[in-house]
Design a binder for this molecule. Sequence first.
Ligand SMILES: NC(=O)c1ccc[n+]([C@@H]2O[C@H](COP(=O)([O-])OP(=O)(O)OC[C@H]3O[C@@H](n4cnc5c(N)ncnc54)[C@H](O)[C@@H]3O)[C@@H](O)[C@H]2O)c1
Length: 246
Amino acid sequence: MRRFEGRVAVVSGAAQGMGRAVAERLGQEGATVVAVDINGDGANAAAKAIGGKSFGVACDIGDEDAVAKLFQSVASKCGKLDVLVNNAAIVPFVKWDELTFKEWRRVLRVNLDGLYLMCRAGSDLMRKNNYGRIVNFSSNSIFAGTPNMAHYVASKGGVLTFTRALATELGGYKITVNSVCPGLTDTEGVQQTPHKEAFGFVEMLQAIKGVGKPTDIVPAVAFLASEEAHWITGQALAVDAGMVRW
Ligand SMILES: NC(=O)c1ccc[n+]([C@@H]2O[C@H](COP(=O)([O-])OP(=O)(O)OC[C@H]3O[C@@H](n4cnc5c(N)ncnc54)[C@H](O)[C@@H]3O)[C@@H](O)[C@H]2O)c1
């Protein structure tokens, strides 16, 4: 399939994990991908692997000035924005008794403030063409209330409800806004935390057995980012082998 021929897509957190997998798929299907990450080398490596006119940008999505510069560069180099995948986030493992306000702010600054900044600037560019697809990464932890990440769970609940509200705000511009709620997925980020010990427990709760990989999540994101998903907005899609049903 070449669903993104002629399309420009910004993917945050594209240096590794699910962001990289999404960026690669959109690129394989014809998109010019702007691979965004706080890890600039990783973003550039992802863009190089995709090829064509894709390029990487080092950007902290929680930094208002950096995000403004990012979208100025998208506008000047690409002239438009069709797809915005907000995947970048901090995935912490912190016991409740150790959850300080500083740590709470560290995560909320990126996972929610960063999402706002990316959607603010990204949708302003999309509105010029009356077309857009925004896909936000929530998490199925919002249904499970997963332990050792209360601030993260709060942020991802915010992603879901912000998505609903933004869908209302942007519907008049033919911009759709949806979220995906992955289950535990084997990424570089998860491998760096004790969450990696939870795969067995999570598998027990899944309808379909196995360990989730980034490529298991990509098809849902690509569909919601495609033209044919034009009649779907404000929705949250669990992509977790049937662990959560709601
Ligand atoms: N892996 C899982 O089990 C899982 C489950 C549910 C939801 N999610 C969500 O899926 C998304 C991707 O998860 P992952 O496991 O692939 O993540 P990961 O930790 O492997 O990668 C995250 C990427 O985001 C980047 N990033 C972090 N802070 C940033 C910032 N301030 N600005 C720009 N880039 C930044 C990192 O450098 C990294 O490349 C996240 O939104 C996460 O919350 C993950």
